[in-house]
Design a protein around this ligand. Structure first.
Ligand SMILES: [Cu+2]
Length: 724
């Protein structure tokens, strides 16, 4: 996939870093950013419904994405703004007009072909007046708008990539991707369900299990990885998991239809064969979790309402956000969902770049159960399906609390037509306790500051599971990433007297297999510019001796990661290991390189054997940190098309070149592993489990950057009244 970097010239990151650095360092003024966000075409105004006005239990029909018939009028677009409905429509029209797209074509995605790194400036300081630029900024006119389109041509068993210039109204490139088995679209998943339910072999097998209404069978299309048989060669196939709903509002995962799988050719949309491993009875439980089926409900919680009478402290203009000293832009793609661009921190009148682009680039879930077909279960939710398409429409008081600003996103459906997911991204502030504090007993004066953070989030539903993705920005320059895992654990059926060590019995005859979740977060860094060096920092104890007579000494040991082969690392909590991304070309007032350190949280590695097919397809997950030199077309750690790919693509392929990564333009790939030994308490719906990491300034500032945060108003903090 080549979603960015058209016409960027040299592919040597080191050669181009200086030129791009000058653009990042010299920030063109393109602000005018204090204007309220009213009237933007693709976002909705601050929602001011009273808390509780909308019940947190809602049905999908109310808020499911709605089709758009009329393209939005052209508006000033920033080069990093995601495509709007009008641009999606136009890009597809241009492609259909100029290239032989067949009526059978299925669109995987129509998304912004992003400008290459450094081609767009970070924000200007907030108080710098706009100098007569369009709303999009000084780059808007010079940067062409382009769409990157992935199209499946099922009759040809081919996947095509196109780049369409919206500015020129023409197709810039159109090519089949050799060997690619494009991702499974939502429409294909729906069709796969239809043909599986209709297949006579499946129906007969269902009847043998006492299931006489195929309409109550939920069919999920799962990536088959490398498990297709030789007769499937050349086919784009999936295998299916089947679940049964006794009632339409049942939890389907309570009744896994064990041992019955259809292999479906998605291009031909036909069941290729049916595998029946023998009957295991449907588990008896209902797995109900809805409020009207689990009562009586607790009634002893009193209201907790977040009130911000003067509104939120953030400012939104189009897709740009400013809050405290932070500035950044939002993006959204069908594959990754939320993308953050040009994250900068304003310091003494200058917006200092920190991150060029950040997103979750892959999401890989391997399962532990080795039984026939259960061993096939693994998912690459981003590469095999795409998570942006599954973003939830968020609800005030349910997903986010307080003064919330939502962003609608516009994506393309399988026909290439635009549709909207309303309220897909949530922006709000949270009080998070202490920011800093000290009591001086000599003066009996306490200085206390409360911490507030800006939260940018979205939630996806990947079949049984929900993932909430949260980016937090703090007043002291810290950035945190957190994933909240919830939803329903994947089940299989056990015979009444059967047990398994590869999962936990969560209900009678219901096994929730142990599994892991690996998120690869791609952090395209730009700490104070584009030339960065990554250091691994361990703390070591100094041996007792002349320099350490009391044996107490310890010190951090900083080692630069000079080449890609040196930059495939795992965590080491007992050494206090972290990774520092620093700019060796600059110094703070203390003579130190300004940097940000990546501080790992809980983490784990895959337990699948290194030679196992599933591990081979997810080599990225076998290391927690990878560092690569920036290349615009290196975006996805398991490769551009993981579906049915045998493995080796992405990070393991790129890093074979063992490129230099010191004092150049670097991308960090941090893998977070959530280790899920399942519990009965995860059933029938799982309480949120959290995993994350932090990016903290380390020498980026000369002192605590949150010194200038004002004490809280007196009503909340008596004795510190600074309000007029
Ligand atoms: Cu899990």
């Amino acid at each position: 996939m080549t979603p960015a970097g058209q016409g960027t010239g040299s592919t040597n990151a080191a050669d181009t870093a200086d030129q791009r650095d000058s653009r990042v360092g010299n920030l063109p003024d393109h602000s005018g950013l204090r204007t309220p966000a009213a009237g933007t075409s693709s976002t909705s105004p601050v929602v001011a419904r009273p808390p509780g006005a909308v019940a947190c239990r809602h049905v999908a029909e109310e808020d499911r994405s709605s089709p758009i018939a009329v393209p939005a009028p052209p508006a000033a677009r920033h080069p990093l703004d995601p495509l709007d409905a009008g641009e999606i429509t136009r890009a597809v029209e241009i492609l259909r007009r100029e290239r032989p797209v067949t009526p059978a074509a299925r669109f995987v995605s129509v998304s912004l072909n992003e400008p290459a790194k450094g081609q767009v400036a970070f924000a200007a300081p907030a108080d710098r007046p706009a100098a007569g630029h369009s709303a999009g900024g000084s780059d808007s006119a010079a940067t062409p708008r382009e769409a990157f389109i992935v199209v499946l041509e099922p009759r040809q068993h081919a996947t095509y990539e196109a780049v369409v210039s919206l500015t020129a109204g023409s197709v810039l490139s159109w090519r089949p991707v050799p060997g690619a088995r494009g991702p499974v679209t939502q429409a294909e998943n729906d069709e796969c369900e239809r043909v599986t339910r209709a297949d006579p072999r499946v129906r007969a097998a269902l009847e043998r299990r006492g299931v006489n209404d195929p309409g109550r069978v939920q069919v999920e299309a799962w990536g088959i990885g490398t498990f297709a048989v030789p007769e499937d060669a050349g086919r784009r196939v999936v295998w299916t998991l089947l679940f049964y709903r006794e009632r339409p509002d049942d939890n389907p995962y309570a009744k896994p239809i064990h041992g019955l799988h259809a292999i479906v050719d998605l291009d031909d949309m036909a069941v290729v064969r049916v595998e029946d491993q023998g009957i295991v009875p449907l588990p008896p439980g209902s797995g109900a979790y809805a409020a009207d089926r689990v009562g009586p409900l607790r009634d002893d919680l009193k209201p907790l309402e977040i009130i911000q009478p003067q509104g939120p402290s953030f400012e939104v203009r189009g897709w740009e956000i400013r809050w405290q000293r932070w500035s950044l832009r939002l993006g959204f793609t069908a594959r990754e969902g939320l993308v953050l661009h040009t994250i900068g921190y304003e310091d003494q009148g200058t917006v200092r770049p920190v991150i060029w682009r950040a997103s979750v680039a892959e999401l890989f879930i391997p399962y532990a159960d080795p039984r026939p077909f259960q061993g096939w279960r693994n998912a690459f939710d981003i590469g095999e399906y795409g998570i942006g398409n599954t973003a939830n429409s968020l609800r005030l008081g349910c997903d986010c609390l307080g003064e919330v600003r939502y962003f609608d996103v516009e994506l393309a459906d399988s026909s290439g037509d635009p549709y909207t997911i309303s309220q897909a991204i949530c922006l709000h502030e949270e009080d998070v306790g202490l920011l800093w504090k000290h009591f001086d007993p000599a003066t009996a004066v306490t200085e206390t500051r409360r911490s507030r953070r800006l939260v940018i989030s979205f939630v996806i539903t990947a079949a049984n599971y929900e993932y909430g993705i949260y980016w937090y920005f703090y007043q002291d320059g810290t950035i945190e990433f957190e994933a909240k895992l919830t939803g329903i654990v994947l089940t299989s059926a056990l015979a009444p007297d059967e047990t398994s060590e590869f999962g936990t019995l969560v209900a009678p005859q219901t096994l929730a297999a142990h599994h892991q979740h690996f998120l690869s977060v791609r952090l395209d860094m730009a700490v104070d510019g584009l030339r960065n060096t990554v250091y691994e920092v361990d703390t070591e104890a100094v041996p007792p001796g002349a320099d350490n007579p009391l044996g107490n000494a310890f010190r951090p040991v900083k080692r630069p990661l000079r080449r890609e082969s040196e930059a495939q690392r795992v965590i080491d909590p007992l050494r206090g290991r972290y990774w520092l991304v620093a700019n060796p070309g600059k110094t703070n007032s203390l003579g130190q390189e300004p940097g940000y350190k990546l501080i790992p949280g809980n983490n784990v590695l895959p337990f699948s054997h290194p030679d196992a097919p599933v591990t081979q397809r997810a080599v990225f997950a076998t290391r927690h940190l990878w560092v690569t030199p920036y290349q615009p077309d290196e975006r996805f750690p398991a490769g551009d098309y993981p579906n049915q790919h045998p493995g080796g693509a992405g990070l393991p392929a790129w890093t074979k070149a063992d490129r230099l990564i010191e004092n150049t333009d670097v991308v960090l790939w941090y893998t977070l592993g959530s280790h899920h030994i399942t519990r009965p308490e995860d059933w029938p719906v799982m309480p949120v489990d959290r995993i994350g990491f932090a990016l903290k300034p380390a020498g980026f500032f000369d002192h605590n950057p949150a010194l200038d945060v004002a004490p809280s108003p007196s009503r909340h903090c008596p004795g510190q009244d600074t309000s007029p």
